[in-house]
Design a protein around this ligand. Structure first.
Ligand code: DC
Length: 227
């Protein structure tokens, strides 16, 4: 009998450098699901703040400006897009400046409320199912997700992967920056980076990307059969 191709919502959380984005995109593409990179949305709002003269050291200023930018995410895993006020933001959101400021901006509760609502509306519109990756998807954004995955890896493995992605970057500086960002993301009051109680934890330290993808695909297929 044909496996039921029911719509499925998959939440993939974890710190940076665990292979979250590559895994989420590949799993979504393989299973014909939509894909949402929620980190890109926090990066986009941060980029807008930086280019519009908002003092990102001032949470009140951030809160006041939070509703101004219009952020639109395209959810095709083969070509995910992100625009801010109609402008392609996919390049500028990956700069060092944005990376170093995104934790401060994303810690502001007004920012999280708005972005969380946006994420829920995108997930609700994805009638064929969606893979949503982030830090608080399983705990806060989509607590009723059909499957929750929490990816981990040693700081050394994560730093090595990140510096491989960023040309000319220094391994120990990358490691320090990554640990600092994890601490900020895990320590904030509003929906911190955390593993949901019912999430499946996958330690990717010793796994290839292909192995992580296969592991997650198997878990999703298991849920679909059970559904
Ligand atoms: O996944 P990323 O590195 O692009 O995410 C950038 C930042 O966005 C991350 O340091 C914390 C924030 N973020 C968040 O607070 N909640 C999410 N669901 C996703 C990202």
């Amino acid at each position: 009998m044909e496996t039921a191709r029911s719509s499925v919502i998959v939440a993939i959380d974890g710190p940076s450098g665990t292979g979250k984005s590559s895994t989420s995109k590949a799993v979504a593409a393989k299973l014909g699901l939509s894909y949402l990179d929620t980190g890109a949305q926090y990066r986009a709002i941060t980029w807008w703040m930086l280019t519009n003269g908002v003092d990102v050291g001032n949470p009140e200023e951030i809160a006041t400006a939070a509703a101004k930018p219009v952020i639109v995410s395209g959810t095709d895993p083969a070509a995910p897009t992100i625009t801010v006020d109609g402008e392609d933001a996919s390049g500028p959101i990956r700069t060092q400046e944005v990376t170093s400021k995104v934790s401060a901006v994303s810690a502001v509760p007004e920012v999280r409320t708005l972005i969380t609502a946006l994420q829920r509306s995108i997930a609700a519109a994805a009638t064929g199912g969606i893979v949503v990756e982030g830090r608080d998807i399983g705990t806060t954004v989509l607590p009723d997700a059909d499957l929750k995955i929490f990816l981990t890896a040693s700081p050394e493995a994560r730093a090595a992967r990140r510096s491989g992605e960023v040309k000319g970057s220094d391994l120990s500086a990358t490691r320090e920056a990554l640990i600092k960002r994890d601490a900020a993301d895990s320590g904030r009051k509003t929906s911190p980076l955390a593993k949901a109680d019912d999430a499946v934890e996958v330690d990717t330290t010793e796994l290839t990307l292909q192995q992580v993808i296969e592991c997650v695909v198997t878990l999703v297929e298991g849920k679909r059969v059970a559904a």
